[in-house]
Structure formats: C-alpha cells, structure tokens
Design a protein around this ligand. Structure first.
Ligand code: FAD
Length: 274
C-alpha cells in the first residue's frame, strides 16, 4: 500500500474534540505516515493547533505535523511557536502563507510562504522536515500559471522538503504540474491532496474559495443525487478512489487526505483502492 497521511482541523468544542478522538482512533488503524493539523491565519486559533498536535501525538501516538501559516504573524510569534513545537517533539511542519479573513488585520512580517520556509531553515536548520502547499490548477491569486510555478520553485529553493497539493478532481492537472516543475529542476516529492466527498454543497463552497475546479460531469451527477446522502457518498467514493488509483498508477509518491475530521468518507475511498 502507498504511504498515506491525514489532515485534521483543530476542534474548538467538547463535541468536536470527541469527534476528532473517534476519527483519529479509526484512521490510525490505516497506519498513516503522519497526520497534520491546520492553523487558522489571523491568530483566531493560535492555541488550538498546538493543543490538537499535543493530543494527536501524546494521546493517540501519531506522528503529528502542525501547519504554520505566517500571514498576520510577527517574527517573534512564529519563533515562539516553532520553539513550542520543537519542545513537543515535532519534526515535521506544513509551512504556509495562509489567508487573512477579508478586511482583517495586518499582513504581518512574512509576505509569502517562501519567507517562512527561509526563516525555519535559518532558525532550525535540519530539525524540521518542511512541507509546503502547491496548486496543480494554479493558486487563485497568482498573476498567471507560469508565475505561480516560478514562485513555487523559489519556495522549494528556500528549503522545502516536500509539497502537498491543493485538492483537485482532474488527474491530468496533477501530472502536468509535476512535469512542469520537474522541468524547472524541482526534485522534491509532490503529494496529491485528496478531498473525499461527503457533502456536496460544502465542497462547492470550499472549491469556490480556494480555486479548485469541480468538473461539470461530477457537479451534474451530484446535483441529480440531490438530498440522497447515501447516493452522494457512494458516487463520491467511487470517483475519488478512481482518481487516487490513477494518481498512484501514474507515480504519485503518497496520498494526503483532507479528512475534515471525519473517518467515513476517507475510509470509503481507502477501502476501494487496490
Ligand atoms: P504562497 O506560496 O506564499 O503563495 C501565495 C500566492 O503568492 C501565490 O499566488 C503565489 O504565486 C504568489 N507568490 C509567491 N511568492 C511571490 C512573490 N515573490 N511575488 C509575487 N507573488 C508571489 N491555510 C491556512 O490558513 N491554514 C492552513 O492550515 C492551511 N493548510 C493548507 C494545506 C495545504 C496542503 C494547502 C495546499 C493549502 C493550505 N492552506 C491553509 C491554504 C493556503 O494558506 C492558501 O492557499 C494561501 O492562499 C496560499 O498559501 P501558500 O503557502 O501556498 O502561499
């Protein structure tokens, strides 16, 4: 079986904490290489991510990687956060720029994820394995696709060890992205980010915000299933597992699942993989 990793978000209520515990326990049975926990830009969840990492690592015994997003943060705040993760025994980070909620806050002292990667390398050289984000369908704010590739290459040159993609449902976008960055001399693993489908209207909202395309044929089939939750889940698991199989057959080094703290949609995909 290909290596896999799971992404969670930090729970804020007791119910959400119980749900994360349940999900982490179920997904641990699939022997992930590591799990990660997202970070809310703008400071809203400054403590939630470290607390969740502590829980995933200390209570569940998982290799847990915090996401660190730099927008809105000061050098001193990020330095303190990195020290905290080091003291907790973390060896892997997902380093991102993040997005400030619209109209909120000062952009902070780091402009791009490249600046954060450079900072982590200079402050903690060799301690952290650094993952970064990348966008087979192009980051929505980039001037154009080639500029985005060039900025990604600069982020890798600053010291990234691996990259995880934004989710996508078009395998060709991934293969083309990998070919393009290899031609630029990027050699690090490019791991597809996989978004299982369980709630189509939520997925549509996420996709509009992050610039991921939902192919028309998928949207049409999902609309036809309407409120039939079981049919949406079945169809979603079929198409996402077919996507994963194509990616694995085409050479993807591992798969990173955006779980949204739910075990069932990810397990439905995993159970269909060869
Ligand atoms: P960057 O790499 O800094 O790129 C951002 C934009 O700036 C791109 O358009 C790029 O082309 C452009 N750019 C880069 N350098 C330059 C330059 N020198 N000059 C001009 N333009 C430049 N968000 C969160 O808030 N919390 C999370 O936990 C989180 N986890 C994520 C995990 C993954 C795997 C991915 C793919 C995304 C995640 N995000 C998260 C979303 C991410 O923060 C947003 O997509 C954000 O808009 C960009 O972050 P980045 O690190 O890719 O930015």
């Amino acid at each position: 079986m290909i290596p896999i990793s799971f992404e969670f978000y930090p729970p804020k209520t007791d119910d959400q904490r119980t749900q994360l515990d349940r999900t982490a326990k179920k997904l641990k049975a699939h022997a992930p290489e590591y799990v990660s926990c997202t970070f809310g830009a703008g400071g809203s969840t400054l403590d939630h991510t470290p607390e969740t990492i502590d829980r995933l690592h200390g209570h569940h015994g998982l290799d847990a990687a915090p996401h660190v997003s730099c927008v809105g943060g000061s050098r001193a705040e990020i330095a303190a956060l990195l020290q905290r993760y080091k003291a907790m025994g973390c060896r892997r980070l997902v380093a991102l720029r993040g997005d400030l909620p619209s109209g909120m806050g000062h952009p902070g002292e780091f402009r791009y994820a490249t600046d954060l990667v450079d900072f982590v390398r200079r402050e903690h050289d060799g301690h952290f394995h650094i993952e970064v984000g990348c966008y087979p369908e192009t980051h929505p704010q980039s001037e154009h696709a080639l500029a985005d590739l060039k900025h990604f290459k600069a982020k890798v040159d600053a010291g990234a060890d691996g990259a995880i993609t934004q989710y996508f449902y078009n395998a060709d976008a991934y293969f083309h992205f990998v070919d393009s960055v290899r031609k630029l001399g990027v050699t690090i693993p490019i791991v597809p980010g996989i978004m299982p489908i369980s709630n189509f209207s939520q997925l549509r909202r996420f996709s509009e915000a992050c610039g991921a395309e939902i192919p028309r044929w998928i949207a049409k089939r999902m609309q036809a299933h309407g409120d039939d939750v079981e049919a949406v889940r079945e169809f979603g698991a079929d198409i996402v597992s077919a996507l994963c199989q194509r990616l694995v057959d085409g050479g993807a080094p591992s798969l990173h699942f955006y779980t949204l703290n739910l075990a069932r949609p990810t397990e439905a995909v995993l159970s269909r993989l060869r």
